[in-house]
Design a protein around this ligand. Structure first.
Ligand code: PEP
Ligand code: MN
Length: 337
């Protein structure tokens, strides 16, 4: 971190700031130019609030040299993180393919879809039991009944379960059923929830908020990791832009950017990005081609009657075809499916 003092800053003011920072454990290099003085801080500045320093009258501006996140930063962890879930890994050579319906609707529906996606090559089963719906009048999910059905589907197919947790109060309950806790886009900055999942030892799938910057996503991962849970998987699921044809705009560049800045695995959800089933395959292929570690895809055998997100759900046959084309792209990335 660099602190630029105002041109009229007095020697005693500069020394008083230097002393305060040294008392906090930093090494402070003072460089005096002809008109201005600059303080260079060496040490872990993640806990420093630069706005507070900038509020000191004799300070002109404060500049961060390093990113404000540490645990998720590739600088301090050059190798990719490989996260173990049951017998599987996320972030290694094998792509994580998370597939299933948006919402669990019945035992018959989920088990039918679970068997289909497993046959096609998915290695995780998704399904929402608690649903974050835009309208309070829409289907809100089967709640604990839905969690029981997810567990039943796991017993039958062996696929580990990915399901969303929407509130702090539900974390313990959902941990009893799920293998991966999904934090939805709408909750990416629910800091209490992030801290709570940071205190459990389940893998967390953290989805990017619809108006969140890449740095905000990494800071949310930092919230989880700073509580002790390092098993975080990032998910790009499209962001709000001026374009209205698609539900969101898939930010493809976020994938190589996140992989450069962070060691955490990055997966892509083309269903919520596109909002249209026929866009899922091309976006999924593109995501793998730019280095994604996996995909999260909504699958339903009867999209027209799905209780949630039918228009962006692939029928099992189409999902099978997608898996075939993903296998081809995966090879070019030295990945397997
Ligand atoms: C979902 O995965 O069903 C979901 C609601 O996703 P998002 O939080 O990305 O909108
Ligand atoms: Mn959905």
């Amino acid at each position: 971190m660099v602190i630029v003092m105002k041109a009229n800053a007095k020697e005693n003011q500069i020394m008083s700031i230097k002393k305060k920072l040294e008392e906090l454990g930093f090494m402070v290099h003072v460089s005096k130019g002809e008109n201005q003085c600059v303080l260079g801080l060496v040490g872990d500045t993640t806990t420093i609030n630069e706005n507070q320093i900038e509020a000191i009258e004799c300070v002109d501006k404060v500049m961060r040299v390093q990113a404000p996140y540490k645990r998720g930063n590739r600088l301090f962890h050059p190798d990719d993180s490989i996260i173990k879930v049951d017998e599987l890994t996320i972030g290694g050579k094998e792509l994580a393919i998370i597939a299933g319906p948006c919402a669990v609707e019945s035992e018959e529906q989920l088990i039918h879809i679970a068997k289909d996606v497993k046959r096609a090559g998915a290695n995780f089963l998704r399904g929402g039991a608690y649903k974050p719906r835009t309208s309070p009048y829409s289907f809100q999910g089967m709640e604990e009944e839905g969690l029981k059905i997810l567990l039943e589907a796991k017993k039958i197919t062996g696929l580990p379960i990915v399901t969303e947790v929407m509130s702090v109060e539900l974390v313990d309950k959902i941990c009893q059923y799920a293998d991966v806790l999904q934090i939805g886009a709408r909750n990416m900055q629910n800091f209490d929830l992030l801290k709570e999942v940071g205190r459990c030892n389940k893998t967390v799938l953290l989805k990017r908020g619809m108006s969140a910057t890449i740095e905000e996503l990494l800071m949310s991962a930092e919230y989880i990791m700073s509580e002790g849970n390092e098993k975080v998987v990032l998910c790009e699921r499209g962001i709000r832009t001026f374009e209205t044809f698609t539900r969101n705009t898939l930010d493809l560049s976020a994938i190589p950017v996140l992989k450069k800045l962070s060691h955490l695995p990055v997966i892509v959800d083309p269903s919520h990005a596109a909002g249209k089933w026929w866009l899922i395959e091309p976006l999924a292929k593109a995501a793998i081609a730019v280095g994604a570690d996996g995909l999260e895809i909504e699958v339903h055998y009867d999209p027209a009657n799905a209780l949630s997100d039918g228009p962006q759900s692939l029928k099992p046959k189409k999902f099978e075809a997608l898996m075939d084309s993903i296998r081809v792209i995966a090879k070019t990335q030295n990945k397997i499916v």
